[in-house]
Design a protein around this ligand. Structure first.
Ligand code: F6R
Length: 619
């Protein structure tokens, strides 16, 4: 995720661009930049840090032009730095580009452009766009952007200004990243999200996949590079929004947690894209993992380390890697690992998982692993974070900034990261052909997840009803077996941290070893039963629960019969049908929603629960 903004009109562009960028900081805040064009000259300023850091270095008197663009970054290619900050210019310095998204074939295009004599100044995929447009430029910037879009593969939204055509901004969109045009009087605006536009206009048009807009101060023409020769005017589709600026920042959601839950389809798609082939058994590409086939072949054991929710992603990894690859896996919480004098051999690898990339206990565990000579990898969401810099190789989850304290989309990103690591390692391990086929067969299930998550989110009525009932209770238990066991723990953690209801997650088989003593009339027990291999055992556990007159809720894959008739349809939460190993990714969504609506019913401060912080940088 990044935020991009543009302006063309009759006023100085710079203050308007800065104001709009400020409204978009929730989309990214590791670096920022602007470019304003005036009389054939660009004023370009960029810096590492937040939009406020950019504000401290810009010189408004040097930039009075009325056309420009800006960017606030959440890094995906190249660490946060001034050189990697947008806008990026071509070799001649005549055109400037900002982008939100990923150019999947950037490496191939970059080699081609270098051979043609182009010089690159950054490590970003975006700079490739600037040089590619330069290559096609022949006096018409719209045509050049159109041709460049046809060469690129990926998912992106971009804005371009050329000094020789200073009366127009070009906006283009491929696949999912949003890009909205805002129509003013004698001026027009562009931004990644509606909130940045509302101070200027409430008349908007969200670009669709494949569209290129040529935006002048009093005219907008939209064409589609996927369907050439169909120019049309915008006015057929202008929408009028009635949001306040504050509501709009959360895109109409009441808080960031709900917004982030709804962003999960995008997280899955972005994290898989360019790495896992959508069809067939082609190679998995994660160059930043820095992991050679020889290292994979020598691998004798994996240790996963993390804290909190990220630790639950590690537990899923243990079930997955041991069952699919027969590689022994150890899992630890960071705060224990570093003090328990762990033993690591030289053919072992440590994988740290962290949303923020700054968690002190996880960092200390990585150092411990390094001291023992192990290769250390990281799965993290924040490019250039301490954990990313420390690791020998990194797999970035592309969830974008997570603002709510309770982790939701980052957890889903971590589970996708774990699956990608499995797919990557599997391609270099000598494994039985049937197991290899099974691992390859997971791919279509992973690619189906965005649509399936949307399906869960489309109707949450039953989950809301159950959550409201839980909110009236003093305690809640979550139970599961196999890969549902870590999800039971995650469901309990989510519920307790934002609703303050005491909740515990257990291996279902452990109930009879103590916890059953706590079950009584009406005590809620959320039984996760998505794993076919242990389904019968879960049914027995639910019978034990019902025998104590507790209230059992079943979480099952679509089409379930037995558990549903046991607990009653009104106490069933269904996830769409999927492979058992992929199910935890879908199960995490109802876990988040139960805690969200439970906390909501109790009137809790959902985004900032008491006593907690988003990034835990102390021991
Ligand atoms: C719970 C939650 C925390 C974090 C934990 C680790 O919703 O967000 O448990 O998962 O503090 O943080 P990261 O992933 O940043 O290392």
């Amino acid at each position: 995720m990044c935020g991009i903004v543009g302006y063309v009109g009759d006023k100085p562009a710079l203050p308007i661009l800065m104001d709009k960028l400020q409204m978009l900081t929730y989309r990214g805040y590791d670096s920022a930049g602007v470019a304003v064009s005036e009389n054939g000259h660009f004023y370009v300023e960029k810096t590492k840090g937040r939009v406020s850091d950019l504000a401290a270095v810009i010189e408004p008197d040097r930039a009075t032009g009325s056309i420009g663009l800006g960017h606030t970054r959440w890094a995906t290619h190249g660490e946060p730095s001034t050189a990697n900050a947008h806008p990026h210019l071509d070799c001649t310095g005549r055109l400037a580009v900002v982008q939100n998204g990923i150019v999947e074939n950037f490496w191939e295009l970059k080699q081609e452009l270098i051979e043609k004599g182009h010089h690159f100044k950054s490590e970003t995929d975006t700079e490739v766009i600037a040089h590619l447009i330069e290559e096609y430029y022949d006096g018409n910037i719209t045509t050049a952007v159109n041709l460049a879009m046809q060469r690129m593969v990926g998912s992106m939204a971009l804005l371009v200004v050329h000094k020789d055509e200073e009366d127009r901004l070009i906006a283009a969109k491929m696949d999912s990243p949003p890009l909205i045009i805002g129509f003013g009087r004698g001026e027009n605006h562009v931004a990644s999200d509606i909130p940045a536009l509302l101070r200027y206009t409430n008349r908007i048009y969200p670009l669709e996949d494949g569209e290129i807009a040529t935006i002048k101060r009093d005219d907008v023409i939209i064409t589609n590079f996927k369907e050439p020769n169909t120019p049309r005017l915008y006015d057929r589709k202008v929408m009028v929004v009635t949001w306040s600026t504050e509501v709009a920042q959360k895109e109409g959601y009441e808080n960031f947690m709900l917004k982030e839950i709804h962003e999960q389809p995008e997280t899955v798609d972005a994290t898989l894209r360019g790495r896992l082939p959508e069809h067939g058994d082609g190679p998995v590409r994660i160059p930043e993992l820095n992991l050679t086939p020889e290292e994979v072949q020598r691998l004798e054991r994996l240790t996963f380390v993390a804290c909190g929710t990220a630790y639950h992603a590690c537990l899923v990894a243990k079930y997955l890697f041991e069952q699919a690859l027969r590689i022994p896996v150890t899992v630890d919480v960071g705060s224990e690992y570093r003090y328990r004098k762990p033993m690591l051999g030289k053919n072992e690898m440590l994988v740290a998982i962290s949303q923020s990339g700054e968690t002190a206990d996880t960092i200390a565990s990585m150092r411990e692993g390094m001291e023992q000579g192990a290769k250390v990898l990281a799965i993290t969401n924040v490019l250039g974070s301490s954990i990313a810099r420390l690791a020998d190789g990194v797999l970035y989850t592309r969830a974008g900034p997570e603002m709510a304290v309770a982790s939701t989309k980052a957890f889903v990103g971590q589970l996708i990261g774990v699956h990608l690591l499995l797919q990557y390692i599997a391609q270099y391990r000598p494994i039985a052909p049937e197991m290899r086929d099974q691992i390859i067969a997971l791919r279509p299930h992973l690619w189906r997840l965005p649509a399936q998550i949307r399906h869960i989110l489309a109707d949450t009525t039953q989950i809301q009803t159950i959550a409201q009932k839980i909110s009236t209770k003093d305690a809640c238990f979550f139970i599961g077996r196999n890969m549902d066991e870590p999800l039971a723990r995650e469901g309990a953690l989510k519920l307790k941290e934002i609703s303050y209801i005491h909740s515990q997650g257990y291996a279902a088989g452990e109930l009879k070893h103590g916890t059953l003593a706590l079950l009584d009339e009406g005590v809620p027990v959320i039984a996760l039963a998505t794993q076919g291999s242990v389904y019968d055992k879960m049914v027995s556990n639910v019978q034990e629960v019902l025998a104590r007159h507790a209230w059992a809720v079943g979480v099952v894959q679509e089409g379930d019969q037995r558990l549903s008739s046991l607990v009653g349809r009104e106490n069933i939460i269904e996830i769409p049908k999927t492979h058992d190993w992929v199910a935890p990714i879908l199960t995490s969504v109802p876990m988040q929603l139960l805690s969200y609506y439970g906390a909501y019913a109790l009137g809790r401060d959902i985004d900032q629960p008491r006593n907690l912080a988003k990034s835990v940088t102390v021991e």
